[in-house]
Design a protein around this ligand. Structure first.
Ligand SMILES: Cc1cc2nc3c(=O)[nH]c(=O)nc-3n(C[C@H](O)[C@H](O)[C@H](O)COP(=O)(O)O)c2cc1C
Length: 191
């Protein structure tokens, strides 16, 4: 059994991203995993201020809900990042959440080339939705995920569902007309 934390950065409670997340969670729970969804619209996680207090052994100066998430992040085997595509990348809520990883970094006496600190070892996965469905639609978001979470922080990628063509920006969520909810459910079952 895995301990899975799903961080949901979509704005609409019944939107494409929420539906994709729920399909994944249903599969993962049926497979016997423990799953918790953190919706970043229900709690407040601000972006990092870069004050560097955490680099001097002090707790994060930002007094918001991130601090209560830290034990959950540390206890998770797998962190799933779920986001709509906003202006060709992840939503600012997910970006702010990732920025705050700065305060859970630990000193690394022997860091690999290009890294300055160490992060908890985790698996991770990416769930995204978008209106467009071109071959470049998710290129920037996936590039950020790969660079920041896999290459730099050192998480291990377990897979991605990139659900393009889920309806235009003004329209109703249309992910139910695609095959992505089934894909996400099956992804959750085999995670
Ligand atoms: C602020 C904003 C920016 C968006 N930017 C893009 C974009 O760059 N490319 C795209 O294909 N869709 C874009 N969309 C559409 C959303 O990615 C798409 O509708 C998504 O499925 C919405 O997720 P939700 O239903 O969970 O809210 C944007 C929507 C909003 C509100």
């Amino acid at each position: 059994m895995k301990n899975i934390l799903v961080v949901q950065g979509g704005g609409r409670p019944k939107g494409n991203t929420a539906q994709l997340t729920n399909a994944f969670v249903r599969g993962a729970e049926e497979a016997g995993h423990h799953v918790e969804i953190i919706s970043l619209t229900k709690i407040e996680v601000k972006g990092c201020l870069g004050c560097n207090a955490c680099r001097y052994g002090k707790p994060c100066v930002i007094k918001d809900d991130f601090n209560e998430l830290v034990p959950k992040i540390k206890a998770a085997d797998l962190i799933v990042f779920a986001s709509p595509l906003y202006f060709w990348t992840i939503s600012s809520r997910i970006k702010a959440f990732i920025e705050r990883f700065y305060c859970i970094a630990e000193e690394d006496p022997n860091p690999p080339l290009g890294r300055y600190e160490s992060y908890p070892v985790k698996d991770c996965a990416l769930l995204m939705t978008a209106a467009d469905n071109f071959f470049w639609t998710f290129a920037q978001a996936v590039s950020y995920y790969q660079f920041a979470l896999i290459d730099y922080i050192g998480f291990s990628d377990k897979g991605k569902i990139l659900a393009g063509g889920c309806g235009d920006t003004n329209g109703n969520p249309q992910i139910d007309k695609t095959n992505y909810l089934t894909e996400a459910y099956e992804f959750g079952k085999r995670i």
